[in-house]
Write a protein that binds this ligand. Structure first.
Ligand code: KG4
Ligand code: ZN
Length: 337
């Protein structure tokens, strides 16, 4: 059985073909980064228009690379939550049109659950039950994942997502968009202990995150409230030190809450997903901290951390459980679970 998976939740137009035994036959990701770069963030209207232009060529290319024609597809899966409304609609409309024309089943994918499922695909064996930690541009959440079909939200950010904080701090530091990779690169040249920045909520028993105060703390290191605007850019060494100190604070917060979730649930398997899990320092620290405590850690390779359609192979689990959708399936931009 071959499943065509579509992903258009934010600013990547992606498609993949996987089999029901999770073999990846092809995967294509068309990024829109350069379209949003000059605005310093994703502009929803630009994103949805770009999806409209790209979705059919991306599907064509995906089928071509798999050596298939559309009639050989047995089911179509699409991420319909969470994400930008206009972006989600483009993927869903394409998926529905294909299902209607081909008379094939439609499968719904939750984008956050798919990020966790990327660990299952990368591992090549079952990873459930596990704790799921999503660190992306729009979400920072912890889940108890009993099976690939049962995800219970344990906690999440009460303000900015981790990736959002990376992007905003990068912009304060004059670094290019997307800010996460830029901070990751420059932080390697900086001193992680140069600036004492807060670790919000780490000393609490709550499974929640908060990053907006940390972002504000970085802002005040650059310029005190009420001070006249800076007339010269920050020294490169200062940028590197601030980036390294900020990154270390985010990593400390993420690790503290992942460990708290292990303690509270007794689950000693941690699966990490989302764009921020591409961060070099976060990966290094997670590996170190989990190894020391003998907690099994799964982090997908970089290309499965950022948005892609392969992770939507969680659709295989839904299909096997008979969870198919009618053609009046809608998009749910907000977090549904
Ligand atoms: O999961 P993702 O590709 O899209 C969403 O679903 O949000 O995550 C994108 C986020 C952006 O905020 C980006 O800055 C961040 O992931 N990101 C990183 C790195 N690579 C991407 N953050 C820190 N370090 C990185 N290497
Ligand atoms: Zn994502």
């Amino acid at each position: 059985m071959k499943i065509l998976i579509l992903e258009s939740t934010c600013d990547e137009t992606a498609a993949a073909v996987v089999t029901d035994s999770l073999e990846v036959l092809s995967s294509v990701v068309a990024s829109q980064e350069h379209l949003h770069e000059r605005y310093g963030g994703v502009v929803p209207e630009i994103a949805s228009r770009a999806h409209v232009e790209r979705i059919l060529p991306v599907i064509d290319e995906t089928l071509k690379r798999a050596g298939l024609v559309i009639g050989q597809i047995d089911a179509v899966a699409v991420a319909n939550t969470p994400g930008l409304a206009g972006s989600l609609l483009v993927g869903l409309a394409a998926a529905k049109a294909l299902c209607l024309a081909l008379d094939k089943p439609l499968v719904a994918v939750n984008h956050l659950q798919a990020h966790i499922y990327a660990c299952r695909i990368a591992a090549g064996h079952d990873v459930f039950p596990c704790l799921g930690l999503i660190v992306s541009g729009g979400h920072t959440s912890l889940y108890r994942c009993t099976t690939p079909l049962e995800f219970e939200l344990l906690g999440g950010t009460i303000d900015d997502a981790a990736g959002e904080a990376f992007d905003k701090v990068a912009s304060l530091l004059g670094l290019p968009f997307p800010g996460g990779p830029a901070i990751d690169r420059i932080a390697r040249l900086g001193n992680r202990a140069a600036y004492a920045l807060p670790r919000p909520l780490v000393d609490t028993d709550r499974l929640d995150f908060s990053f907006s105060g940390l972002k504000t703390a970085v802002r005040y290191r650059i310029q005190l409230p009420g001070a006249a605007p800076r007339d010269n850019p920050l020294e490169p060494a200062t940028v590197a030190d601030l980036a390294a100190s900020f990154q270390e604070a985010v990593v400390d917060c993420i690790i503290a809450k992942a460990l708290l979730a292990v303690k509270k649930t007794g689950i000693r398997v941690l699966c990490v997903g989302g764009g921020v899990s591409a961060n070099g320092r976060l990966r290094e620290r997670l590996e170190e901290e989990m190894r020391r405590r003998e907690i099994a850690l799964y982090i997908p390779p970089l290309k499965l951390c950022t948005d892609n359609a392969v992770m939507g192979a969680i659709a295989v689990e839904r299909l096997k459980a008979g969870l198919v959708e009618s053609l009046d399936l809608d998009v749910y931009p907000g977090l549904v679970r």
